[in-house]
Design a protein around this ligand. Sequence first.
Ligand SMILES: Nc1ncnc2c1ncn2[C@@H]1O[C@H](COP(=O)(O)OP(=O)(O)OP(=O)(O)O)[C@@H](O)[C@H]1O
Ligand SMILES: Nc1ncnc2c1ncn2[C@@H]1O[C@H](COP(=O)(O)OP(=O)(O)OP(=O)(O)O)[C@@H](O)[C@H]1O
Ligand SMILES: [Mg+2]
Ligand SMILES: [Mg+2]
Lengths: 164, 164, 165, 165
Amino acid sequence: TRDRFMSTFERLQLAFADTFQRMFGGGEASLSLSDPDDVLATGVQVEVTIPGKRRQRLELLSGGERAMSACAFLFAILRVKPSPLVVLDEVDAPLDGRNVERFIEMLKEAAQEIQFIVITHNPVTIEAAPTWFGVTMESGSGVTTVLPYRVPAQLIQEVIPEAQ
Amino acid sequence: TRDRFMSTFERLQLAFADTFQRMFGGGEASLSLSDPDDVLATGVQVEVTIPGKRRQRLELLSGGERAMSACAFLFAILRVKPSPLVVLDEVDAPLDGRNVERFIEMLKEAAQEIQFIVITHNPVTIEAAPTWFGVTMESGSGVTTVLPYRVPAQLIQEVIPEAQ
Amino acid sequence: MRLKRVQIFGFKTFADKTTLDLDGDFTAVIGPNGCGKSNIVDAIMWGLGEPNARALRAQTSQDVIFSGSATRKPVGFAEVTLIFDNEDGTLGLDLPEVSVTRRLSRNGNSEYFINKRPCRQRDFFELFADSGLGRAGYAIVGQKEIDAALAASAEDRRAWIDEAA
Amino acid sequence: MRLKRVQIFGFKTFADKTTLDLDGDFTAVIGPNGCGKSNIVDAIMWGLGEPNARALRAQTSQDVIFSGSATRKPVGFAEVTLIFDNEDGTLGLDLPEVSVTRRLSRNGNSEYFINKRPCRQRDFFELFADSGLGRAGYAIVGQKEIDAALAASAEDRRAWIDEAA
Ligand SMILES: Nc1ncnc2c1ncn2[C@@H]1O[C@H](COP(=O)(O)OP(=O)(O)OP(=O)(O)O)[C@@H](O)[C@H]1O
Ligand SMILES: Nc1ncnc2c1ncn2[C@@H]1O[C@H](COP(=O)(O)OP(=O)(O)OP(=O)(O)O)[C@@H](O)[C@H]1O
Ligand SMILES: [Mg+2]
Ligand SMILES: [Mg+2]
């Protein structure tokens, strides 16, 4: 129905404007209807302004900016309609150190309401997680072994040799 | 011409079988013609066996295994037809510590003949590169500044806070 | 509703029965390339009833059964059990704990269980329909989903909002 | 043939004239997200004559001209100069060093120079045609190319081999 779509859309607009600013420490993001007079058929457009830059098409953004914008959008959707379980598979791979920290901050806040499982190779993310599963494979076995969550230091070093 | 294609194809077969084994420390990879009787129209198929596992379709491979297989394929093509300049943009993002080291080893060897520019966030790759460019942007300026190649420690820490 | 425990056997690289206890709200899964981390995600999706093999990087549904390795023989079936804390009653049933099991044999025989009692595939779907975990409800986000979210057409985005509404 | 130096002005985020001296065989480019690393790659591709705006993440060709920031006005043109060591004579010309320059003005005016002398776009392409740096010759590999390499059809792969032959 029209009212239900509009109410959801407006809540998402507010949520996204907020989550984006918190992911980027500033800047602006907006959602708009491509055809406000035809709410039943309209599409939804996204525009973002990275702090210090001009409003830009999404395609011109950098790899890390795109990942951060998409995560801001995801966190906004989760505020409007929380999913009980969210699994993130290496979404932090393109992020630099500072962006990973901001991403983790948003994640911890959302994790108060939502259960997150986060696959990651990133030492900052691993550091921030209260619980870890070490997943490994005996060399040449082709079979997964999951270690209980106090991960032995040796596995961490195999995964992140620089974290010594 | 048929002979030229076949001679290139056979050299690529040998090269890929070798680069794959060196990227993975074992295993097997092969290229084959889908239609050996029609060399002018045949397609080329790829099959790989990760060490310890069974021969598998490419889609079932993990993110890191796919990146490593594609890099092995790239290094094989470069052996057959070296390009004077190769630019790699964050191809090491999905790799774990040990795979990054094997990737770097292949890269250093290929770099004896070919000029590589490698964009990376990975501390192991940065460590291995003889020359670095620090690229940065004054907060809020929207304008790139490139630092001369002795990168100041502070920029490294901003990029890799755990490398302290 | 919270996922408490995952039990996996015969699914992809889980040739050994594996139990995962999910205690916290924010669990990191770490390990080298190719050791089974994304396979755990696939197991959860499959355990929730995902019907589309391609969503699990497979071509045919039997592709998800452990097909052997250099040192192990293939196994005959894949089975995943998910155990939920249902204290808040989000899952239709009036029980504090709910378990679901899905099994697929190599001959193509598919079985579904709720609290260890056999049921039909559509009972499975109905159980999760209002929980926010049905089909589009659980959010699985990897690199592809990130790119898709940004590259999506205005119409696609509108469809997501319809779903969230 | 080796790329010795890149000079960039007005291209994407290079509102300040930037010179990069490429000494080694293996140069790492590092820095925070969004600061211009991939833009350097785009500048090299564009400087080599890449005609397709979409290959540079742009929609129209003028999209590559610095369009301003919170603190800077837009500029009127983009210009990239690439300077090659040609001691081995790979680039058709009989000179130890060859420079190429490409300039695009906001009004759409396109200019090409070889060793500071104006030339036509096709002279540009011809210069690189046999060097291995023409069109498909320089290998730019990012995440998309990795996925494409693996997802490619058997026919696509055959086409690459034809090109390498
Ligand atoms: N049915 C199956 N039988 C045996 N092995 C399988 C099966 N399906 C997938 N695999 C194997 O599972 C591995 C992929 O595992 P997975 O995607 O979980 O890795 P990962 O831990 O996510 O690694 P990465 O860090 O590289 O993403 C591949 O080596 C693949 O060959
Ligand atoms: N014509 C232009 N004028 C001004 N800014 C531009 C222009 N074209 C692109 N940009 C900006 O360039 C930035 C992208 O830079 P780039 O892709 O080089 O980042 P990066 O260093 O590769 O980052 P990452 O590590 O995230 O991949 C974006 O913020 C984009 O808005
Ligand atoms: Mg994975
Ligand atoms: Mg980039």
